[in-house]
Write a protein that binds this ligand. Sequence first.
Ligand SMILES: Cc1cc2nc3c(=O)[nH]c(=O)nc-3n(C[C@H](O)[C@H](O)[C@H](O)COP(=O)(O)O)c2cc1C
Ligand code: SF4
Ligand code: SF4
Length: 247
Amino acid sequence: MIFYFSGTGNSAWAARQLARLTGDAAYDITRLKELPDVQNAWQIGFVFPVYAWGAPEIMADFAKNLPRSGVFAFGVCTCGGDTGFAMKQFSKLYPLCSSYSLLMPNNYIIGSDTDDVGEIIQKLTAAREELRQMARQIRRKERIYRVHEGALAGIKSRLVNFGFNKFARSTKPFFATDSCNGCGLCAEHCPASAISLRDGKPVWAAHCFQCLRCIHACPQQAIQYGKATSGRRRYTIQTYLPQNEQF
Ligand SMILES: Cc1cc2nc3c(=O)[nH]c(=O)nc-3n(C[C@H](O)[C@H](O)[C@H](O)COP(=O)(O)O)c2cc1C
Ligand code: SF4
Ligand code: SF4
């Protein structure tokens, strides 16, 4: 059983690829009506994006509360650059036999622009090969720690991650511009159910996961986050997937 959380599709795609390559099933934790029978799983996997050099809170809470089953467990965090100690910290919530990071297109447009098309294609090509290798090692139950922690990992994963979760996750800067046509897709697809439509325009609840799906997936590119996201490219993995890998 491979459990995943994903904002813009990178982690969903990686989880689905790993499920296919290891003969397993992938579950979106935000869509689970009830928990599958983990006691009958022959492996447990977690796939998620790294947020400020840590695991997203929703994934950390899910893993902490998941009943332990004693089978081979692995974790993969997708990242735009480096992960700090995200996987070491996650392994304290749910003990992992193997940990990996997977370099994927960067979706954090609050910080900087997304990768350009060339970089995106390059990253996805390399990720396909890396996923094949991971799957081979997972099938053999090899114990691996292949994580690109980057520099200053401790400071990033402790101090910066704390600051991010405490101060930087505000929904206040979100707004929809006049390009919004009231289609409602942002509200429908928000994994935190944090968006509703008022007078045909989205409004945000006080808290959300900051997965940035709403910004990236709006067909009108009408959503902005303060001044930071104006003029920056949008990214979702769907644009780059062949027909047989769409989800
Ligand atoms: C709130 C937020 C924080 C992020 N922090 C990091 C980070 O610390 N390091 C990094 O390499 N990428 C970071 N990213 C980029 C994502 O981890 C990366 O693009 C990931 O593959 C997105 O996965 P998804 O498409 O499944 O949501 C961040 C993205 C978001 C939205
Ligand atoms: S998805 Fe975009 S266009 Fe549709 S309601 Fe939301 S902000 Fe408006
Ligand atoms: S409001 Fe936007 S950024 Fe926040 S959880 Fe929903 S889709 Fe993600």
